[in-house]
Ligand binder design. Structure first.
Ligand code: FES
Length: 153
């Protein structure tokens, strides 16, 4: 594996990391940068727990090599409230008390942020389609949908 130095912008701060080029962004965030908000679920791109924003698009950080994130803007749950849509969603998540165990919720909020960035007034069908890849074992889906609807105003 080739080690390299990678410059990223994480939550608006420039960051430089030395890592294997194919190390998943998830592990760079958690291990190198000590940012535990982004969660490991399946490690295979199937559950959405590790979702972050890359230039405003939702990506699975377990499937995104750090080399692919270099030069781009990464937003994690630690910085979600700096994005107006993310701040509104976090507020509604609290108001509606969305989480149960909470494990998947960082990924849910980042996917919802990407959804509202792309579509400020999604219909219920569009919310369901946009959030489709984010699994929740506690089945908080109805509260998630309600929080997104309220955040969209
Ligand atoms: Fe990345 Fe499940 S941990 S999609």
């Amino acid at each position: 594996m080739s080690q390299g130095k990678f410059a990223l912008t994480i939550n608006r701060k420039p960051v430089s990391v030395t890592a294997d080029a194919d190390k998943p962004l998830l592990w760079v965030l958690r291990e190198e940068l000590k940012m535990p908000g982004t969660k490991f679920g399946c490690g295979q791109g199937l559950c959405g727990a590790c979702t972050v924003l890359l230039d405003g698009q939702a990506v699975r950080s377990c499937q995104t090599p750090v080399s692919a994130a270099a030069g781009h803007k990464v937003t994690t749950i630690e910085g979600a409230s700096a994005v107006p849509q993310g701040a509104k969603l976090v507020e509604m998540w609290r108001e509606i008390d969305v989480p149960q165990c909470g494990y998947c919720q960082a990924g849910q909020i980042l996917s919802a942020t990407a959804l509202l960035l792309a579509n400020p007034k999604p219909s219920d069908e569009e919310i369901d389609a946009g959030m489709n890849g984010n699994l929740c074992r506690c089945a908080t889906y109805l509260r998630i949908r309600r929080a997104i609807r309220k955040a969209a105003g």
